[in-house]
Design a protein around this ligand. Structure first.
Ligand code: IDP
Ligand code: MG
Length: 149
């Protein structure tokens, strides 16, 4: 049997990021597909919960976009039905960049096939999945969604 099929994945996580399967993922029955891609990549789901994000939490999470014209639409969208929020760990220091590569660029219309957004989305607001954009954002967002940690 090839080594890759028998190897035990590393339990070590050297870095973490935060992901959100957004409301469109639940509505379109794509939560399992998204989490499956993350796991098959070799990343580890370290913590996970499902919740309908409150407007207050959404505004804090997306505070950097408060002045953008799409902010109201974005908050309405992210609160409209349940999301799955997870801490994702990598056995390297690159959890943030690996996850960002896996999801693809923000606009699914131009995101390359092979990325989650490129394979499943067509409009920019409803792009299925969030992932932290830097280690600093990851720390802030993990504290926001998992304050008990
Ligand atoms: P990111 O999710 O790739 O980091 P950001 O620029 O941080 O992208 O935007 C946050 C979220 O806001 C996006 O994932 C998308 O859902 C939404 N968004 C971004 N740009 C637009 C836009 O121009 N119109 C509507 N929604 C947008
Ligand atoms: Mg962002």
């Amino acid at each position: 049997m090839p080594e890759t099929l028998t190897a035990t994945p590393s339990e070590t996580t050297l870095s973490e990021t935060l992901i959100i399967c957004k409301p469109d993922a639940q509505e379109r029955r794509l939560i399992g597909e998204i989490l499956g891609r993350i796991e098959r990549k070799g990343l580890k789901i370290v913590e996970m919960k499902m919740l309908t994000i409150s407007r207050d939490l959404a505004q804090q999470h997306y505070s950097e976009h408060a002045d953008k014209p799409f902010f109201g639409e974005l908050v309405d969208f992210i609160c409209r039905s349940p999301s799955v929020v997870a801490i994702v760990g990598a056995a390297s220091t690159d959890a943030v960049s690996i996850m960002r590569t896996l999801i693809g660029p923000t606009d699914p219309a131009t995101a390359p096939p092979g990325t989650i957004r490129g394979d499943y989305g067509t409009v920019v607001t409803e792009n299925l999945v969030h992932a932290s954009d830097s280690p600093e954002s990851a720390s802030r967002e993990i504290a926001l969604f998992f304050p008990e940690r």
